[in-house]
Ligand binder design. Structure first.
Ligand code: NGQ
Ligand code: ZN
Length: 455
């Protein structure tokens, strides 16, 4: 049975519109959108309505160590700490942490997540009886709370450029292409196409962790399964990584990828922090999405993405919360823009043109780029899209009297109160009045997992 909703303000692909009726099928798809219609018998939505934001990059388990790595250390020191933390995680812990962080995502306005999943084996590096055990746990976490997911099993084979052996603390991550494709195939066999809120992709971790031959094998292997399968990779996040890449092959990481790999619209290059202007323009022209994670990139001291040149060349971006030092799309977007304003000492980097405000431009790009990166029909209120919707909180003082682009601007640029009141994923309400139905139970399981880990 379809359900009709009516919103006084709704964000459509070409901007905010008034008096919008949205029909949603029993399967959770938007089947009609009518502008300027009277509410009729439709259920009235009590605030401005917009598509839920895709979160293109997550390592769910890292949520449980947010704030625990501020005692010192650079990026690589943080990584050692993260590996020590990871070493104690059992499948139950991973499921509990994933459910908790995904629930927080929903309340913040993320309705889909790209889980860059590399924790495959037990603490000795031995595969579980079911090699996809850990993948099932993160999928279970997503289903428990009702967030959409693109699960990206990660290939991690080496400890550095040029096929260096992995370090002992990377044993839980390590796969060869055959084993990784085996995990992906078993997930596809089990889940197939029967869940419209779930899709699969693949993720070569980075050029540090995957050798060129291995990259070619998994790209060919996944192409044979699904020509449109999303491919995500970390790239050029730290200057040290750029230097190592130059020493290895004489080219910079993004430069190497663009010349040696068929980068196209299926790809999401995560971070891509350190690019020359030529690399930036070439990436924009490739049709790939840059997966930007401003709060994690700030936390880890990565550097700033070359946003003005990238956007000037028509580049697409998605946002991600990565290590989850923040779980808020609004904060990611705000800091994406603020970082640029601080170094360039001017305002309006992402937008402010064609009469579109910066907040509206940031939101639109994160919706479109995020949907592309996750390979799912989300991010748009239009026929054929999933009904992944946010009802914003018009009662917030910062939202009073806001219409049109000013709604997006208020959501991004007015502080730390989450502007989200209700959240729907695939036609089902998962958050109502700021509360998720499983909040207590998921929180209790999370606290129990942390107590176990810290014991
Ligand atoms: C990760 N995180 O895979 O979780 C990485 C650290 C690495 C970030 N790059 C590991 N932010 O890059 O080697
Ligand atoms: Zn990452």
């Amino acid at each position: 049975m379809p359900t009709s909703y009516h919103a006084q303000h709704a964000l459509l692909p070409d901007g905010w519109a008034n008096d919008v009726t949205i029909d949603v099928s029993g399967a959770g798809d938007i089947i009609a959108v009518v502008v300027g219609a009277a509410p009729g018998g439709a259920e009235h939505l009590t605030g401005p309505v917009m598509p839920g934001l895709p979160n293109a990059h997550s390592h769910a388990f890292q949520r449980a160590m947010a704030g625990l790595a501020e005692g010192g250390g650079d990026f690589w020191g943080w990584r050692s700490l993260m590996y020590r933390f990871l070493d104690r995680l059992e499948p139950d812990d991973v499921g509990a942490i994933a459910a908790q962080v995904y629930l927080e995502m929903l309340k913040a306005g993320y309705t889909a997540v790209g889980e860059f999943h590399y924790l495959h084996h037990d603490h000795r590096g031995v595969p579980y009886a079911d090699p996809a055990e850990m993948a099932h746990r993160v999928i279970g976490g997503a289903r428990r709370v009702g967030i959409g997911m693109t699960l990206l099993p990660v290939l991690y084979s080496h400890g550095g450029f040029g096929g260096q052996p992995p370090a002992p603390e990377q044993a839980r991550l390590v796969c060869d292409p055959g084993r990784l494709l085996g995990i992906l195939e078993s997930l596809l066999r089990e889940h197939g196409d029967d869940d419209p809120n779930l899709r699969f992709g693949i993720a070569p971790h980075s050029l540090r962790a995957v050798a060129p031959e291995e990259l070619a094998v998994i790209i060919a292997g996944t192409q044979a399964i699904d020509r449109m399968m999303p491919v995500h990779i970390h790239v050029a996040e730290q200057t040290g990584e750029v230097d190592q890449c130059l020493a290895w092959c004489g080219a910079r990481p993004v430069e190497w990828l663009l010349s040696e790999t068929p980068i196209d619209g299926r790809w999401c290059l995560v971070h891509a922090t350190h690019m020359t202007d030529a690399e930036t323009r070439a990436l924009a022209a490739s049709d790939a999405v840059a997966g930007l994670c401003p709060t994690t990139e700030a936390n880890l001291g990565d550097g700033l993405f070359n946003l003005p040149v990238y956007l000037g060349a028509g580049g697409k971006f998605a946002i991600g919360s990565d290590s989850h030092v923040s779980v808020s799309p609004w904060e990611e977007l705000r800091w994406l823009e603020y970082g640029q304003r601080l170094v360039h000492r001017r305002r309006h980097i992402a937008g402010g043109e064609d009469g579109v405000s910066v907040g509206a431009a940031l939101v639109r790009q994160a919706l479109d780029g995020g949907a592309q990166a996750l390979g799912r029909p989300v991010g748009r209120i239009e026929m054929g899209s999933r009904a992944d919707l946010l009802v914003l909180d018009h009662a917030l003082a910062t939202m009073v009297d806001r219409t049109g682009d000013a709604i997006s601007d208020a959501a991004v640029f007015s502080g730390n109160r989450l502007p989200v009141r209700d959240v729907m994923v695939g036609g089902a309400w998962v958050v109502r009045d700021g509360r998720h139905g499983a909040e207590e139970a998921v929180g209790a399981a999370y606290r129990a997992a942390l107590a176990r880990l810290n014991a």
